[in-house]
Design a protein around this ligand. Structure first.
Ligand SMILES: [Zn+2]
Length: 488
């Protein structure tokens, strides 16, 4: 474990799409995800001769926000041409930043085995996204590929770390935290396909490094690094030298494949972009003051503890993603905030993760309904959990529905939760009915009664269990407990 921590060196280059309305150097819309290929294009992002780029100032403002949040110094910046030929790059060069990135010398802390580790950020810069190539088959064997220029010119932000990360898990945590900060800053939408891509540099024992390109999912980063470290260790064990090379991560197969060696590396012939002037972020930022005050995760966590009187642990979990924090605040506005916190964290999160679903699968209104029904005693807590499960099972088994689904009209008028409770007769059992069930349980189980009287603790639980069986889990456990003790 110790050698693993000390001899592996990982550096990350994270590319994220900024959520500006238009592209980096032209007016084309960046909302191309649902559009036909090559419909969000113009002479500028198609790189036609004679077209001239104009900087999207909002992209600079967004990048400045990120650079500041990552504790970088922000400086006057210059665009460069990075020259290479590839079909997804119609100009034959990518406009990027080279010697004068917008942000430099920052850092971010990452939780690592109970310790806070400081990961240095080398640079934060802006560049344009190339078009998208779709290979027919796998990348090494494809006979041809299709090109979509809708993505060409979308503003990308690149965050480059120093080689300070030591394990794949740490790398994953870094990415998760970065994503969280970007969402908090309102400059990034992690739900958009391909909105985050990572290149990872890995080396062992000071050997030559391999660069794994274009990892496009959060889980992929950890998997690719684990594979790459094992591959390099196996080579070293057999006495084979690691060569410096660029590799591709094949997500479906979970392996990395060599794309090119150092000898084939490009010389990008960087030079300053003559069609764009230098940009000073500071005056620009003043021109576009933020509409709302941005609250970063740590500040939100402190506010949650103070305002909602919840534990620091719950506040930490709830602020680990902005959508979750927003969700919680919607629920907490309508019911007891501390009850809301435990339903969101202890129940809903677990049920969602188990089914690989996101928060969209269960609306805050529905959760408020469940909590209200439990609080006023209409249903028991156990049934509340069941209702959540029922709704989630419906959304993950579309077409193959195992549970009874309320009719659509009913949902609109009464609310999903209400309908499920009514249709499946889940209302909490009235006290008289519980009393009857308690009497029956006592009559039917003389041994348990005798055990209870001789002081055996387990006997009471057994009797409660019998009552639950008779009432299909709809009796309130605390009340049942009390009634049994009264009867005995
Ligand atoms: Zn365009």
């Amino acid at each position: 474990m110790i050698t693993e921590r000390t001899d592996v060196v990982i550096g990350l280059e994270v590319h994220v799409q900024l959520t500006t309305q238009s592209k980096l150097f032209c007016g084309c819309s960046t909302r191309y995800q649902d559009s036909e290929p090559n419909t969000h294009t113009c002479p500028i992002c198609l790189g036609l001769p004679g077209s001239l780029p104009v900087i999207n100032e909002m992209a600079v403002v967004y990048a400045e926000r990120v650079a500041k949040a990552l504790n970088c110094s922000v400086q006057r910046t210059q665009f460069y041409r990075k020259n290479y030929y590839y079909p997804d790059l119609p100009k034959g060069f990518q406009i990027s930043q080279y010697d004068f990135p917008l942000g430099i010398n920052g850092h971010m802390t990452v939780d690592s085995e109970g310790q806070e580790r400081k990961i240095r950020i080398r640079r934060v810069h802006i560049e344009e996204d190339p078009g998208k190539l779709t290979y027919r088959g796998t990348i090494e064997k494809a006979q041809y590929s299709l090109i979509d220029y809708n993505r060409s010119g979308v503003p990308l932000l690149e965050v480059v770390t120093e080689p300070d990360l030591r394990t794949p898990k740490e790398a994953r945590r870094f990415i998760n935290k970065l994503r969280n900060i970007l969402e908090y800053l309102d400059v990034f939408d992690g739900n958009l396909e391909g909105s985050l891509r990572v290149d990872a540099n890995v080396s062992i024992s000071g050997g030559k490094r391999a660069e794994v390109k274009n990892i496009s999912s959060y889980k992929g980063v950890e998997k690719a690094l684990l594979f790459e470290i094992t591959r390099q260790r196996n080579l070293l064990r057999r006495g084979i030298h690691i060569t410096q090379e660029t590799r591709h991560f094949d997500e479906a197969r979970g392996i990395t494949i060599s794309l090119r060696s150092k000898e084939q590396e490009h010389d990008y012939r960087y030079f300053p972009e003559p069609d764009l002037t230098q940009v000073d972020p500071e005056p620009l930022v003043k021109q576009f003051p933020q509409q709302v005050e941005i609250e970063l995760p740590d500040a939100k966590r402190r506010r949650f503890v103070e305002k909602y009187r919840i534990s620091d642990y719950l506040a930490k979990v709830l602020t680990a993603s902005k959508p979750l924090a927003d969700y919680y605040e919607m629920v907490a506005a309508l019911v007891d905030p501390s009850v809301a916190a435990s339903w969101v964290v202890d129940v809903l999160q677990g049920e969602l993760n188990y089914r690989d679903l996101t928060l969209d699968a269960f609306s805050p209104e529905d959760l408020v309904d469940v909590i209200t029904h439990v609080t006023d005693g209409t249903i028991t807590e156990k049934v509340g959990v069941e209702v959540i499960r029922t709704v989630l099972d419906q959304s993950c088994s579309s077409g193959d529905i195992k549970v009874r689904v309320p009719s659509v009209g009913a949902i609109a008028s009464v609310g999903k939760v209400e309908v499920i409770i009514d249709e499946q007769e889940l209302h909490a059992v009235p006290t008289e009915q519980i009393t009857t069930a308690v009497k029956q349980a006592i009559e039917e189980n003389p041994q348990a009664v005798a055990d209870y009287r001789s002081g055996k603790k387990g006997a009471l639980n057994f009797l409660v269990g019998q009552v639950m069986k008779k009432t299909r889990g709809r009796a309130d456990p605390t009340l049942t407990n009390r009634l049994i003790q009264e009867q005995l």
